[in-house]
Design a protein around this ligand. Structure first.
Ligand code: FMN
Length: 190
């Protein structure tokens, strides 16, 4: 069985945060360019229930696409202001481009894009007439396989009541480690 994108204790939290239509998961996503510089931008993460994956859309000629084709290691950070949870992760990213014909992953992700953004994809192709319901061949989808989740739950009334837990995936097995809110070591015992 393929490794899940998140360990069982946080799976429900991740699914809810990354599929909330009222509070879209606009998150920062980091890649490394050919010169070794880190590059960061905002993307809209989605949980796709029908395929049970975490993914986002990207143009296949975008710099981030080229970075990931050369180096699939990536990172992300999303502060969910509704749930007061910071989701940080390290991941291996897998790039899926149009292979012609029906593709459940690309079709589902195209359907999630706003019509005006879909129109921008078509206009970029210099298409004078187009149908936004038809998927543009320049759509790419990036699927994330996190290897580390750093889940920081914030207590607004008292920072010390927050909680931070690291989940690491080694050879398909998730481990769990509670760490300090201030550094990566164990929290003081009270
Ligand atoms: C709220 C918000 C959501 C965005 N969502 C996406 C997205 O899902 N996919 C995407 O490719 N770019 C998205 N962008 C645009 C990127 O931040 C970025 O400007 C663009 O993709 C070019 O990035 P690159 O040059 O690093 O490839 C979004 C920008 C904002 C402000």
């Amino acid at each position: 069985m393929a490794t899940s994108f998140a360990p069982e204790p946080i799976r429900k939290q991740v699914v809810e945060a990354f599929s909330d239509a009222e509070a879209p998961a606009y998150a920062q996503f980091g890649t490394t360019d050919a010169e070794g510089n880190s590059q960061i931008r905002t993307v809209h993460f989605h949980y796709l229930s029908e395929l049970d994956v975490l993914a986002f859309n990207a143009h296949v000629r975008s710099p981030k696409w080229a970075h990931l084709k050369a180096n699939p290691k990536a990172s992300g950070c999303y502060f969910d202001t509704k749930r007061l949870i910071q989701f940080r992760f390290e991941a291996e990213a897998c790039c899926f481009a149009d292979g012609g014909g029906h593709d459940p992953l690309l079709d589902s992700m195209w359907a999630k894009i706003r019509p005006d953004v879909r129109a921008a994809y078509w206009e970029d192709q210099s298409s004078s007439s187009f149908d936004v319901d038809r998927r543009c061949s320049t759509l790419g989808v990036i699927v994330l396989q996190p290897t580390l989740w750093d889940i920081c739950t914030i207590a607004m009334e008292d920072y010390r009541k927050g909680r931070r837990v690291l989940y690491r995936n080694r050879k398909g097995v998730w481990s769990e480690e509670r760490v300090s809110l201030l550094h990566g070591e164990a929290p003081p015992s009270r």
